[in-house]
Ligand binder design. Structure first.
Ligand SMILES: Cc1ncc(COP(=O)(O)OP(=O)(O)O)c(N)n1
Ligand SMILES: Cc1nc(C(=O)O)sc1CCOP(=O)(O)O
Ligand SMILES: [Mg+2]
Length: 360
């Protein structure tokens, strides 16, 4: 496009069929961006992402000249009635967004290639926008992950079990939104396969999937993040490999460990063990005093962990916890869906109470 906003001087020589392709894909890209923009605005309340979308829509609008619009010939378009059953089913917001980001990327790629026949600047602009969409997609994913982390109040840390998938799925059906795969005793092939399957299961329910200890495997299976203890690799090392888009959690047992985890950029911390637990026998309990400390001082999401079950939950609440992580309470539950629902309802209640107290 020239400085005066006029298309390239060869534009009028562009064949009508190419103009039709450009017209259809300008529409497709703008519609897709609009769908994503609505979520950035109303779902995420994120002004920066909303603005990026808006600017892209406006730029595409500027390219949609009268010449391209007049090439439209909907009655003769054989693609109008073609749909795929997969396009008609969307299970959750993420699927809507994924599908539309994909649609936008494809449309921009088409515009980039055919656009060169209309005006080389259109090809260049669309290439740039395509990269912007990739960046948007990863910022967006990161934002979604952080939102989900903030909203999660119950965290299931798994233990080896013949019912592993059954229990995790039952808990997801009960509303669980955060799962960590933890198996200290198996081999890497099994760990990798299990992690892969669990990730898909969690994502089918819109839940986050975190891997315990292993940054390499988390990267390989594109997990949402990794959980690292004091004896695991440093957060800085994990951050270098995983980037800023993924979640890194850190176990802490004392104010000093919490201070370091915060300074190192952890996204959340484990606070415990609150009580002695057979699941982690070698760790001395930090007790409720440390829970109270976290309640007063921790500015990021923190999960009380260690010996938490339906009986100890009220004391943990009294200590100020609003999020808990459990192993046995769910892994050994006969009815994990019901137990999840019980925990979630208690956590929702305590969170309501805390918010009410904060508001005075
Ligand atoms: C949520 C959460 N908190 C703490 C831990 C414990 O991590 P770590 O100290 O590295 O011990 P292992 O789990 O690796 O035995 C956790 N996994 N999750
Ligand atoms: C894995 C783990 N980490 C802890 C910590 O304090 O860092 S306590 C713990 C085990 C928690 O198991 P349960 O819910 O069965 O008591
Ligand atoms: Mg560990």
């Amino acid at each position: 496009m020239s400085l005066e906003g006029q298309p390239h001087h060869n534009a009028h020589l562009t064949p009508p069929s190419v103009c039709r392709i450009l017209d259809a894909n300008l529409d497709r890209a703008r519609e897709g961006i609009r769908i994503v923009e609505e979520w950035c605005r109303f779902g995420l309340n994120n002004a920066e992402l909303t603005n990026t979308c808006k600017q892209m829509r406006q730029e595409l609008g500027r390219w949609h000249s009268a010449q391209l619009r007049s090439a439209r010939n909907t009655p003769d378009d054989p693609g109008v009635d073609l749909t795929h059953p997969r396009e008609e089913r969307r299970e959750n917001v993420e699927q809507v967004l994924q599908a539309n980001l994909c649609r936008v990327e494809e449309a921009l790629r088409v515009l980039e290639e055919y656009g060169k026949l209309y005006d080389p600047d259109l090809g260049r602009a669309c290439k740039q926008m395509r990269y912007q969409v990739y960046t948007l997609e990863s910022n967006f994913l990161a934002d979604q992950r952080q939102q989900k982390l903030k909203q999660a109040s119950l965290y299931l840390v798994t233990s080896p079990s013949d019912r592993l998938f059954e229990v995790v799925e039952a808990a997801l059906q009960g509303g669980l939104t955060l799962v960590q795969y933890r198996d200290k005793d198996t081999d890497d092939v099994t760990r990798l396969n299990t992690a892969q399957k669990l990730k898909h299961l969690c994502h089918d329910y819109g839940a986050l999937f975190i891997l315990n200890d292993r940054v390499d495997l988390a990267l390989a299976i594109e997990a949402d993040g990794v959980h690292l203890g004091q004896q695991d690799v440093p957060i800085s090392f994990a951050r270098q490999l995983l980037g800023s888009q993924r979640i890194i959690g850190r176990s802490t047992t004392s104010p000093e460990e919490m201070r370091r985890a915060l300074a190192e950029g952890a996204d959340y911390v484990g606070v415990g063990p609150v009580y002695a637990t057979p699941t982690k026998q070698d760790k001395t309990p930090a007790g409720l005093d440390y829970v109270r400390y976290a309640a007063e001082r921790c500015p990021i999401p923190w999960f009380a962990i260690g010996g938490i079950d339906m009986n100890t939950l009220p004391q943990v609440f009294e200590g100020g916890a609003t999020r808990v992580a459990v192993v046995r309470a769910l892994m050994q539950a006969e009815q994990p869906t019901l137990v999840t629902q019980y925990f979630l309802s208690q956590l929702a209640w305590i969170n309501r109470m805390r918010r009410r107290d904060e508001q005075g």
